[in-house]
Design a protein around this ligand. Structure first.
Ligand SMILES: C[S@@+](CC[C@H](N)C(=O)[O-])C[C@H]1O[C@@H](n2cnc3c(N)ncnc32)[C@H](O)[C@@H]1O
Length: 274
């Protein structure tokens, strides 16, 4: 029987500092139990006897796969379809009519799900776009995350039945294929929607210039993990990728108070660049 390895305060501090440097995430003392539980299992799987050995492997730079594995383990990926549904309604009812009037199809409308986790947010956005603009209109979605594990899942676009509670009935009918036989109980996002969403690995704590410019950015439920200085830097970089008059959405438990003046609030958690 394998028992969980205990992590010392010193060892936890090392991983906390490493994650802060890599991703900007501040694990905080409250995450000690959660983080060490996930890591402990991995340390054992790798046949190691201590967190120190695992830390040395990660920081040696010799095993990039393991480095990504650690990032997967120490990030929180909770998400679901049409989380905070008012954001999707605002996109459909207020933003799309405004952008259509401005750009009239001359250049693609670009949306960014900037901490996409397993893809539910990005596919939800694509469903709204498809429903309101159709397949002939030029629009595209970039979905990025630091975690390779969730990106691999997102690219599959396959979700268990229990994961689709928030999806409007009409969207369920039009934009999902219902699995049969060995795939019963799962649904797959239809190819027309999957084709509009490009998934890529991107660390918000690094340069974001390669992402290009966007009309709408969803940066939701990720700012909570950063300390205030990192949060300011990340918001500044993300806002730098938003077109003039573009929109930024953050999560309902997040705030940009004292963080930036480069966007102004249109509604709580919905901001617009001048
Ligand atoms: C809680 S999920 C939020 C998913 C979705 N935006 C939502 O609101 O449902 C947070 C995601 O942020 C990602 N993340 C954390 N730090 C990141 C960073 N520095 N760069 C990119 N993604 C990051 C995590 O891997 C995780 O998938």
């Amino acid at each position: 029987m394998s028992t969980e390895l205990a992590i010392s305060d010193g060892e936890f501090r090392q991983f906390r500092e490493l994650m802060r440097k890599i991703s900007g995430i501040d694990l905080g003392d409250s995450k000690k139990h959660l983080g060490s539980g996930r890591l402990s299992k991995r340390v054992r799987e790798r046949g190691m006897r201590s967190f120190g050995d695992y830390y040395r492997l990660i920081t040696s730079g010799l095993d990039r796969d393991e480095y990504h594995r650690m990032v997967d383990l120490l990030t929180t990926h909770e998400t679901y379809f049409f989380r905070e549904p008012k954001h999707f309604e605002y996109l459909a009812d207020t933003i799309l009519p405004a952008i259509r009037a401005q750009s009239a199809g001359v250049r693609p409308i670009r949306l960014w799900s900037a901490a996409s986790s397993s893809g539910e947010e990005a596919y939800g956005l694509a469903m709204v776009m498809m429903n309101h603009l159709g397949d002939d209109y030029p629009w595209e979605i970039l979905a990025t995350d630091i975690s390779r594990e969730v990106l691999a899942k997102a690219r599959q676009g396959v979700y268990g039945k229990e994961r689709i509670d928030g999806v409007p009935r009409e969207y369920l009918r039009r934009y999902f294929l219902h699995g049969i036989g060995s795939r019963a109980g799962t649904l797959r996002v239809v190819p027309e929607i999957r084709a509009r969403v490009q998934f890529a690995e991107m660390n918000l704590n690094e340069s974001l210039a390669s992402a290009g410019e966007f009309d709408v950015v969803f940066l939701r439920n990720v700012l909570i993990y950063f300390d205030p200085p990192t949060k300011s830097e990340i918001v500044a970089r993300v806002v730098g990728q938003i077109r003039r008059k573009g929109w930024l959405f953050i999560g309902h438990s997040e705030s940009l108070n004292g963080i930036t003046t480069a966007v102004r609030p249109e509604r709580p958690t919905i901001y617009r660049k001048d």
